[in-house]
Each structure stands twice: as structure tokens, then as C-alpha cells.
Ligand binder design. Structure first.
Ligand code: FNR
Length: 378
């Protein structure tokens, strides 16, 4: 029998449920990480190296969990991070996730590597907003993998603009796809079993899994540099977020280039081996370039599996926290119900923790409400 939805009490439980229903290849692709898994482990572990410093008797009978991203209102301090291959999770793919997140008032970042056209995803979002009687502007952001071919890049950016995505999140940690160990074993196993003809096909499709099984030649531009940003800015003209920064030095350069936000991320531990967790990078910024906190919005993602932990990042100055795999798993196992339940689980954890921490709105979160010395000293 499939894992019952009622037993999904934490965000982690959706992984167990998804493992039961996903084909092996899809399970391996979403759950895998770079090399020996150190980057992913750091993401998961570092949240628990920070403790809260809860305050008492601060009247928390009414609490407000709302948090805007780039001026667009949202219900929670977490959002759905960009994920490709959502068609492998559920036939409803990105439009379904857009509907679920919109219903819950969540921001969602739509990947370049979608299985449905970006316009169709926006239609689903707007339709859901209409059903809710919600007049607010779009909560969908678009994640850009910059195509090598600039004419392709231009037309993609124009489509994103015309569709009404509110901001462009450029992924900058993917000059090449990371070495995903579990995928390599599975591929090698298949090749051993299938023989030469399939081997040729697989070689042609090297980046296939990242693009919904389709080969997308010319993506993942290893030549991308800071100079390209001026060109992108001209084409886009709206808010820009750089996704995948891992050092305070690069955050400084991002500020100099006038972007509106940075997402500190190691791509869910899927790209470089031995990456810093986003929390480590956030602490670097606090230590060496705290002015950044006033100059742009800082988001983090990677390994968030308890809504309470999102509050730790906010105490340290983050605007919001992205969540990836739990939404993939929840959608794979239970479709719309899963997306909603995953949100409810994280939201409840945010609410009960705010109350016990002694804050009634997210603006009250301050650095002195956490102790991060273990993360810095270990
Ligand atoms: C990703 N991620 C990602 N990032 C991106 O910029 N573009 C993309 O297309 C994808 N695709 C993608 C697919 C899958 C299956 C996963 C798991 C991840 C990375 C993603 O945006 C995010 O950084 C991490 O998923 C966050 O870590 P957690 O929450 O999954 O631990």
C-alpha cells in the first residue's frame, strides 16, 4: 500500500512516499547529489548547528507569517525553488505546482528546464488567482539558464517578459552539470545491460535528464561572465536575482552590478563537491560585508526540511528561504493534495515556532534570537 498522506507529518516524510511511487530513474535524479554527498549533507546538517534563543511572555496571540519577495506579497517566508523535470513527478508538472503554490499564497520560481511551455504555467497561475478572487500581481519568477546562442536567449527573455513573470533568477552555478554519483551508477548499469546502440543515444543526450529528457544543445553556457549581465539587464529590464552565489566576494560584485537579489545556494548539493551551505555563506556576509543586507534581498536554499529553520535564516538577515525536493516528492506522491499538505506542514512549523520564539511578525526576527557560534567554530 502507498504511504498514507496522513502520515506525512514532516516535510521529510514526502521523500519516503515518493520513493515508493517514482520510477527508479526519476527517484535517483531528484534525490541524488554531487560526488560523495558532502554538499548535500552540509545543507541538511547546518540548519541544526544553529539554536534559537527564545523569549518569553511577549504576547503572541495573533501572528503574521507574511513575507514579500521583491515587493510582491506572499503568505510565508519560504518559496518553491526552481526545479526542472517536474514532468517526472506528476503529469500535471509545472502548471500543477504553480496552481498549488498559488492557492497557498507561495512564491514559485519556474525553471528554464520545464516540461510545459512557460506561458501555460503562467496561465495556470493566473487562473488560480482568478478562482481565489486575487487581484495581486504575479507571484511567479523565472529561473534562467542562459543559452549560449544570444538570439535564443533574447527570444526566451522576451517570452518570459511577455508572459508576465515578475523577476528573472539567473542561475550562475552551472557552468557544467555537477557529477551526480547516483545517476552515474544508474546510467552505467543501464549501459551494461543495454549494449552499444543505447550507448550512442545516451551520449547524445548527456544533459537530457536536466531538461525533461530532451536534449537541449547550447544550454549551460560555460562562457557566462559578469559582462553578460549588462546585456541581460537591457533585454529584461525588470528585477534580477542571481542564483547560486557561494562567497561574500561574489555578493559584493553582485551589489556593484546593481542586481535586486541574490540566492545563496549550492543547488541542493548537486553541483560542486564540498560546497559551503547557504547558511555558511550568509554568515560570511554578516561578518565581512553586512552592508549587503541593506542593498539587496538575500535568499537562501538547500536542505530546509522544517519550517522553523526558515526563521533562523531570517534572523540572520535573509528575506526568504527556498524549498526544492520536498515539493517534488509531495507532488509525485499525492499531486495537488501533496503540494498543499507540504505547505501546511512547513507553515505550521513556522507558526508554532514564531509563538515559542516570542515574535508576532517576521520583522521582529533579529540576529540575537539565534546562536550560530557552533556553526562558526566547529
Ligand atoms: C534543482 N535545482 C535547479 N536549480 C536551477 O536553478 N534550475 C533548475 O532547473 C534546477 N533543477 C533542479 C531539479 C531538481 C530535481 C532538484 C532537486 C533541484 C536546484 C534547486 O533550485 C534548489 O537550489 C535546491 O533544490 C534546493 O535544495 P533542496 O531544498 O532540494 O534541498
Amino acid at each position: 500500500a502507498p504511504y498514507p498522506l496522513a502520515l506525512c507529518v514532516t516535510a521529510d516524510d514526502f521523500a519516503a512516499a515518493a520513493k515508493e511511487v517514482l520510477p527508479e530513474k526519476a527517484w535517483v535524479y531528484v534525490s541524488s547529489s554531487a560526488a560523495s554527498g558532502l554538499s548535500l549533507k552540509a545543507n541538511l546538517d547546518d540548519w541544526s548547528r544553529i539554536n534559537f534563543r527564545p523569549r518569553i511572555m511577549r504576547s503572541v496571540s495573533a501572528i503574521d507569517t507574511r513575507r514579500a519577495i521583491l515587493g510582491q506579497p506572499g503568505q510565508f517566508p519560504f518559496f518553491v525553488s526552481a526545479m526542472g523535470t517536474l514532468g517526472n513527478a506528476h503529469p500535471g508538472a509545472e502548471p500543477l505546482l504553480a496552481r498549488g503554490s498559488t492557492r497557498k499564497g507561495l512564491h514559485m520560481v519556474v525553471s528554464t528546464a520545464t516540461s510545459k511551455p512557460l506561458e501555460e504555467i503562467m496561465d495556470a497561475h493566473r487562473d488560480e488567482q482568478r478562482l481565489l478572487g486575487n487581484q495581486s500581481p504575479s507571484r511567479l519568477a523565472f529561473q534562467l539558464y542562459m543559452p549560449v546562442d544570444r538570439s535564443k536567449a533574447k527570444s526566451l527573455i522576451q517570452r518570459v517578459k511577455a508572459a508576465g513573470y515578475h523577476s528573472l533568477w539567473i542561475t550562475v552555478d552551472t557552468s557544467i552539470l555537477g557529477k551526480r554519483t547516483a545517476d552515474r551508477y544508474l546510467q552505467a548499469q543501464e549501459l551494461l545491460e543495454q549494449g552499444a546502440r543505447e550507448r550512442e543515444l545516451a551520449a547524445e543526450n548527456e544533459f537530457g535528464p536536466a531538461f525533461g529528457g530532451r536534449p537541449v544543445p547550447g544550454y549551460l553556457d560555460p562562457g557566462l561572465s559578469w559582462e553578460d549581465l549588462a546585456w541581460i539587464k537591457q533585454e529584461w529590464s525588470g528585477p534580477i536575482v542571481l542564483k547560486g552565489l557561494q562567497t561574500v566576494e561574489d555578493v559584493k560584485i553582485a551589489v556593484e552590478h546593481g542586481v535586486q537579489g541574490v540566492l545563496l545556494s549550492n543547488h541542493g548539493g548537486r553541483q560542486i563537491h564540498s560546497a559551503p551551505s547557504a547558511l555558511m555563506t550568509l554568515l560570511e556576509i554578516r561578518n565581512y560585508y553586512p552592508e549587503a543586507l541593506e542593498k539587496l534581498e538575500i535568499y537562501v536554499d538547500g536542505g530546509l526540511r522544517d519550517g522553523a529553520d526558515a526563521l533562523k535564516a531570517l534572523c540572520l538577515g535573509a528575506t526568504a528561504v527556498g524549498v526544492g525536493r520536498p515539493y517534488f516528492y509531495a507532488m509525485a506522491a499525492y499531486g495537488m493534495e501533496g503540494i498543499e499538505k507540504c505547505t501546511d506542514v512547513l507553515a505550521e512549523e513556522v507558526e508554532i515556532t514564531m509563538k515559542m520564539l516570542g515574535v508576532s511578525s517576521l520583522d521582529q526576527l533579529k540576529p540575537e534570537m539565534v546562536n550560530a557560534t557552533r556553526l562558526l567554530n566547529e
